[in-house]
Design a protein around this ligand. Sequence first.
Ligand SMILES: Nc1ncnc2c1ncn2[C@@H]1O[C@H](COP(=O)(O)OP(=O)(O)O)[C@@H](O)[C@H]1O
Ligand SMILES: O=P(O)(O)OC[C@H]1O[C@@](CO)(OP(=O)(O)O)[C@@H](O)[C@@H]1O
Length: 753
Amino acid sequence: MGTTVSRSTDSGHGGSYREGGAQLYVSLKMENFRIEGDLVPHVYGSVPIIGSWDPSKALSMERELASMWELSFVVPPDHEALDFKFLLKPKYGATPCVVEEGPNRLLTGGLLEGDARAALFKLTEEEEVLECQVFIKADIVSPLDLAASWRAYQENLMPSRVRGIPDVSINAAPDGAVEDGSGTHLELDLEHYIIPAPSASSTSYLANRTETPTALFQIGNPWKSEVPFSNSENSNSSINGSSFTIDIASYIKESEVDQTRLVPPPTMVESKSVGTFSSLQNKEGQKGLFVDRGVGSPRLVKSASANTLTTNLNLDNEAKTMPEAAGAVAAAAVADRMHAPKEDRRLAIVLVGLPARGKTFTAAKLTRYLRWLGHETKHFNVGKYRRLKHGTNQSADFFRADNPEGMEARDEVAALAMEDMLAWMHDGGKVGIFDATNSTRKRRTMLMKMAEGKCKVIFLETICNDERIIERNIRLKIQQSPDYAEEPDYEAGLRDFKERLVNYEKVYEPVQEGSYIKMIDMVSGQGGQLQVNNISGFLPGRIVFFLVNTHLTPRPILLTRHGESLHNVRGRIGGDTVLSEAGELYSKKLANFIEKRLKSEKTASIWTSTLQRTILTASPIVGFPKIQWRALDEINSGVCDGMTYEEIKKNMPEEYESRKKDKLRYRYPRGESYLDVIQRLEPVIIELERQRAPVVVISHQAVLRALYAYFADRPLREVPEIEVPLHTIIEIQMGVTGVEEKRYKLMDSTVPH
Ligand SMILES: Nc1ncnc2c1ncn2[C@@H]1O[C@H](COP(=O)(O)OP(=O)(O)O)[C@@H](O)[C@H]1O
Ligand SMILES: O=P(O)(O)OC[C@H]1O[C@@](CO)(OP(=O)(O)O)[C@@H](O)[C@@H]1O
């Protein structure tokens, strides 16, 4: 038995690895079949992360395979040399504690000094010696490597695990049609396979699904309402105990005289990337710098179940709701909370635009995206406030700029909605989306003043110059808006709405002030432009990136799990097994279904994961390019991979219970959590938004739950329980009214999962 030592020489960092903040990444493995009972291999040594020579603070290695134990950690940059030793002791006890024989092992500048040797443990007085093979790998990694997302590290750049199948492939159509298992051609009547979709149709009027006005239900003068707010620097506020009074009338008045203050010169767009270092505390209460790389880091990061990941930064109450350790989101939030000015930690996206320009549509979509990514977001629709306070039957006159009562009433409801939004942010809300026309500079100035010192404001203006699209939008509005629900005469409604539009057009002032994003003719996904001014920061950057990729071209997205796999039959999770007989039959039925469903489409693509069961499910599909995405791989169940749920319950009861308690945040040791999965799926969502042709996604249960939650606008907490049965296709129809869903069940599944 011996020891293997390696040090990456091609890391490209050159010179001293301390330069540029590069750090030492150490991966240790120990192999022996005879380590049993309570004894678990540990590592302890000269740096705090491995206990500073205190055996009780030694880091425990994790079982990777039956006979292989593993531990990786990153040494903080202020430690030149690392002395360490292996020891055996119980995971949660101090004795017995058997330290390996021989001198300390010394790593200097990433190189192991002295002889490579096996670890020898004297287990008994009678000199019984246990010899373990040891593998030591040290690597110099730059902070960027560590901080970058799962995509960046070599583990994820490995080629597909399914040998012989290229990442992109296309099967030519064979002579004759796809056959089913019995050899006869499947004549599919698609309608025959439709089953009811579980979620309510999302075509209902989007504004109805926005926040319920709170300010409207407060007693007293609506122009003077109490908002619990601590910031008292605003000249329009007066302190009253811990609450603070906003005098809305004075905001409006003041904004009439002071309109030039908010016009900074246009600046370049700045996009910042952030690292993912976070100071974490482990179960035993030891402090150490573990590196939270979010997803896909099974080799790099010490096992970390959800309950071991608690930030010890004493941040504000946002920390309660922030999905910890959710990769980029958590990293950005930590960085923002530590470095950004207080008001920049909350973001108000204020919509601007004439009626029927897609403001509510865009606001709802952005809300859905940000919530899905884990940012607490709410959509405040001023129209809803107006309808509640003034009824649904206001005529076009109400919207005339020379109608003082109408103007006052409209400003009032806008201010009330803004007030609700700011109060919500004060209670921990992160992103408020403020949806109204806000089409004059005076109104925007009022909103800016209200938000001063409390949140960052970005205007999001939707502009459309295509008369045909405007006409279509107007007709959609008449059909959907509660403003015309009681108007029996469609043409009269149309005339009134057009008159309302003219009233707005007369006083419309496009945004030229503050930070803004302008979406100009961005409906088709081709042409059009997105202009940005004075935008910086992680979240605004993501928002711009999201918006630039969205469009309204109608197309279906078909989501399906792979056909039943051998592991499904045995009730085992994860793995990379082939299909069962039933699974193979499904793959043929699916090919048949897709052939028929996408018959009239000029192009389409089939996306699979890199696991055999999805690739095999796609294999009978012909004529469409197939693309393998590693991001579509099933949730990584780490050390539980290949086990049944019963086995996990029996052998790792703590893990089983932790998952049961919080399935969304629970991270399998050396694997992923649902939140991790969501983070790694973000590029998939962006690409699904950007595609204009149909896409068929053949993936896995956990991944499809996460994708489906985005389209169906389901809250994160529900994600791990969403039903995604085998042998069923979920069709998401993207289009001008939003997202609609249909389900087709092609065959029964023989197993519950
Ligand atoms: N960027 C856009 N430009 C033009 N029309 C859009 C845009 N985004 C969505 N739409 C379309 O506009 C229709 C009406 O949108 P809605 O959000 O109700 O308008 P608004 O809130 O501006 O009155 C939507 O159903 C959608 O089809
Ligand atoms: O999060 P839970 O409910 O465990 O579901 C995810 C599990 O679904 C499974 C089946 O049990 O997906 P898949 O069918 O893709 O194999 C497991 O591999 C995976 O771990």
